[in-house]
Design a protein. Sequence first.
Length: 331
Amino acid sequence: MELRSFVLCNDAGDEVCISNYGARLLQWHTDVFGQDRNIILGYSTLSDYLDDPFYHGAIVGPYANRIGGAAFSIDEQEFALQANEGSNHLHGGDKSISHMCWELVAQEAQVLTLKCELANGHNGYPGAMVFWVTYHLNNDSSLDIDMKVITEQATVVGPTTHPYFNLAGVGESASGHILQIFADNFTEVDDANVPTGEICPVDGTNMDFRQPRVLDPQQPKDNLDHNFVVCRPADESHGVLISPDKQLQLHVSSGYPGLQVYTGKYLGGKFESFGGICLEPQFYPNSPNIDNFPFYLTTPEEPFRMRISYKLVKNQTEVDNPASVESEKAD
């Protein structure tokens, strides 16, 4: 199947470019008071994505993030997954849905649907699976990403999307973004970044983003690759990222219980470390192996469905507590 890209446009002047390779978000151009900004990091040619180790803009899965020990059990039967990050399993393993060509199902001016299939046993996952993703660019500058997965047997599913955002515009410094996360708790991790099973309060820690905080990539406290336990319903913002000039906000929401925030420390190649920020709604990492983490199996009788929404808001410099932003900048 050939590499292709598709463009969605809305009445607000947004233009979103998507590839059939990994169902990836390649670009999102938006007009910010006369200035065109592309807010998603990406490569200049489609072929560059074939060797991309950073999952730029991809739909990742079947299960996003890490599964400890590269294994899980269903009804006391253990399934060994491909270990592609040390002894652990990350983002579905090698040559999974993020590195496959998806089939075009339907395209309209503001809607695109793509599909891909995984054979039974792909990277160790039980059951043949069919994935659909529908991108819908709305006229209010929101992008809805609807995912559906059907499977032939009970299996572990939990995909997400992996764009790196720079609201200042690609090519500009990402330093000085402001982040707010509506989460009272986060999941503690071990040295391999796999959750221990402990859910910890953010109060009094570097994980406290309940009030907006300026990100400084030079500070270890802002080197984030952590899952936050969101405390808002699916139709409200779980996280807000604000451009350094405060002219553009990105709100993220989903039906998932967690939000992984990654500030891009390990970006490389043509991309600078900390050059983009990922806001990835998801189940908590390693949920299939931790009883007290919210998770459900996908079965033939109960297909997986999830919506992730990103919404742009312009000229709204005020957030819940703007004074805290200014005091943080002064520190």
